[in-house]
Design a protein around this ligand. Structure first.
Ligand SMILES: Nc1nc2c(ncn2[C@@H]2O[C@H](COP(=O)(O)OP(=O)(O)OP(=O)(O)O)[C@@H](O)[C@H]2O)c(=O)[nH]1
Ligand SMILES: [Mg+2]
Length: 230
């Protein structure tokens, strides 16, 4: 197996089918859906589109990804939401770029090329504050600290300490990757579309949690608990 596309889902029946249809398929690719016990038809639809469905009843976006990474059999992992926002149709092009540029990790910035209306005003402001905080606290220079589209070699995971089970896992993986001497990483910009289906994100609550996480990770990393073993 060469490529594992890993997608966490929680009640995405309106959009998971369309998301999966956008992914160009090859024989050496698997699609792993990590479902948080959706109460709708998400799992059924994903399975009918040829995805392998893994159930992760423990809550959280980060928890779902950590489980998905362990389940992934591919050498290269591609991630995205199950809500049609990310350019799933570029999956193979992004993998090609990772290989051609001999990178270990590509982080796909959504902000620069986002469709009009893809971010609400508060969402855009929150993203900006989180990005600036991360860049200052960790000496980084990313344009999008919250993107959920990453393309990376599974082997890079052994160099990372991922503690978060929640939404902060998205910023945590970038902090780990871009500060690691062992991981060659780059940020590129990709299109980003308006979401299909109801949002799970609570802009204020998640934004504040993400902001607090950045300070803990910077100043009291011991309080975050051990990293996951991959
Ligand atoms: N398994 C699992 N998946 C989750 C959980 N929370 C969110 N997800 C999925 O993770 C992905 C990201 O969540 P979203 O709600 O899209 O978060 P977001 O992209 O920050 O917010 P939007 O702008 O509203 O799309 C989606 O595919 C969700 O269905 C969870 O607790 N468990
Ligand atoms: Mg989303």
């Amino acid at each position: 197996m060469k490529i594992s596309v890993v997608i966490p889902t929680l009640n995405e029946e309106e959009s998971i089918g369309e998301t999966l249809d956008m992914i160009p398929r090859t024989d050496d690719m698997e699609i792993v859906i990590v479902d948080g016990l959706s109460k709708d038809r998400t799992r059924e639809i994903a399975a009918s589109k040829g995805a392998r469905v893994v159930e992760e009843k423990r809550k959280g976006y980060g928890r779902a990804y950590k489980t998905g990474f362990k389940e992934a059999k591919g050498d290269i992992i591609v991630t995205m939401d199950g809500d049609t926002t990310y350019p799933a149709e570029l999956t193979l092009d992004l993998v090609k770029q990772l290989e051609e540029e001999k990178l270990d990790f590509l982080s796909c910035d959504r902000i620069k090329k986002a469709d009009k209306g893809a971010f609400t005003g508060t969402h855009a402001l929150g993203n900006w504050v989180l990005k600036v905080t991360m860049n200052i606290l960790f000496g980084m220079g990313l344009n999008d600290s919250q993107t959920g589209m990453w393309v990376f070699k599974k082997s890079a995971l052994k160099h990372l300490t991922i503690t978060s089970d929640g939404m902060p896992m998205s910023e945590e993986i970038k902090i780990e990757v871009f500060r690691s001497k062992n991981v060659k990483a780059k940020e590129i910009s990709v299109p980003y579309r308006i979401r299909v289906g109801d949002k799970a994100l609570n802009t204020w609550k998640d934004g504040i949690k993400n902001e607090i996480f950045l300070f803990k990770k910077r100043f009291t990393p011991g309080s975050l608990g051990p990293g996951e073993e991959f």
